[in-house]
Design a protein around this ligand. Structure first.
Ligand code: DQA
Length: 138
């Protein structure tokens, strides 16, 4: 099982700033991923709340059947020591993903609180960033 974990405002994918994040919603993209990887159980969870994301990392991060977590922490990427601590606390590898190339955007998005405790980072490939992270974990 691989968990795709999305943070704040990513419930609005397809609607929110389509020039940056595209016009496709997550549900249709998840259908495509599940068709593409029929042998992998792909779970999905999104929350706008930092604590709920931490609870999910704790819940899934010790599960023997979880081979990895694909994590787009949204803006919490740039601010959350608590998320970094949660990732450090769990044995399951976490891949940090971003739809946009955060390094070509405002300077505040260049800093990530979580990169150092993630297995790796994938950014800038649109929704395909999630698939590339699955490739890295499978
Ligand atoms: C994002 C980039 C973040 O800077 C931003 O706050 C997001 C989305 C991305 O996927 O490109 O919410 O993580």
């Amino acid at each position: 099982m691989i968990l795709i974990l999305n943070g704040p405002n990513l419930n609005l994918l397809g609607v929110r700033e389509p020039g940056i994040y595209g016009s496709r919603g997550m549900e249709s993209y998840l259908d495509e991923l599940r068709r593409r990887y029929p042998d992998i159980e792909i779970e999905y969870y999104q929350s706008n709340h930092e604590g709920a994301l931490i609870d999910k990392l704790h819940e899934v991060g010790f599960r023997e059947d979880c081979q990895g977590i694909v994590f787009n922490a949204g803006a919490y990427t740039h601010t959350s020591l608590a998320l970094a601590d949660a990732i450090s606390a769990i044995p399951t590898p976490v891949v940090e993903v971003h739809i946009s190339n955060v390094h070509s955007r405002e300077e505040i998005r260049h800093r990530s609180m979580i990169s150092a405790v993630c297995r790796g980072v994938i950014a800038g490939f649109g929704l395909d960033s999630y698939r590339l992270a699955i490739e890295a974990l499978r």
